[in-house]
Design a protein around this ligand. Sequence first.
Ligand code: GLN
Length: 281
Amino acid sequence: MLLGEIKQLYSKSLAPVYPSEEIQSLFEITAVHVLRQTCSQIHSNLSKITSPEAEKKMESILERLKTSEPIQYILGFTSFYDMEIEVGPGVLIPRQETEYLVDLILKENKFRAGLSVIDLCTGSGCIALALSKNLPDARLTATDISPEALKIAAGNAVKHNVKINFILDDLLHPLYLQDKFHVVVCNPPYVRNMERSLMHKNVLNFEPPEALFVDDADPLIFYRSVASFARKYSYPEGRIYVEMNEYLAKEMQDLFEINNFRNIEIIKDLDGKQRYLRCTV
Ligand code: GLN
């Protein structure tokens, strides 16, 4: 088959599942990966014959894409903060808005030497990895309740040659820690069950629900734990950075106010949604 014909096959078969720009990008990601060519080479090679093995690979990826399975799980990796990060069905696929959380932390802490930082609910380890890479003399700790997630995160740390202290821990019932931290970061589950209907099938059917969803009746449960964790384990003047539900800004502000944190600021993401809260202990 010509590469252009495979592209058409992608367009036709994925039309019921994704909008056309997304199909275009799924085709490009797949072709770049399978053919080991750059995106511009792919576009100039559309009238060339594809080898039978490459054609078979691209077709089998297409079969999985048709079921709404995320391309990141099919290929086993994604890109986060210019790093290739391994992902699997046991961890949430790192999001672009989380890259912006990393940006924010780096902007405000880049010139502080010898920082000790903890990433609670680390998942694939993406936040801890990006911080560790970009704050070279910081000490990083990362926790998660899932052994499977920690295995993936630890593999990512080895791959990127960074040292992170991983701890298997439940944020809602944390273990006793010896350390204290200057920065506490957390991107916990924050989507209310009632918001499920707003989500695409590729999230609902494939990503780990325990990394995404919270009870409608108590959607800030993890942030209460972040607040008490920070109270206990932060250095004076320590900073908290969390990603949060855009619809719960008022409640989030109140929660950190009631717990006597200072300099509370809600920050918008690139789509203008109230997505992060930063405060000082
Ligand atoms: N922002 C993610 C989403 O909407 C949710 C991430 C999370 O729950 N921490 O898919």
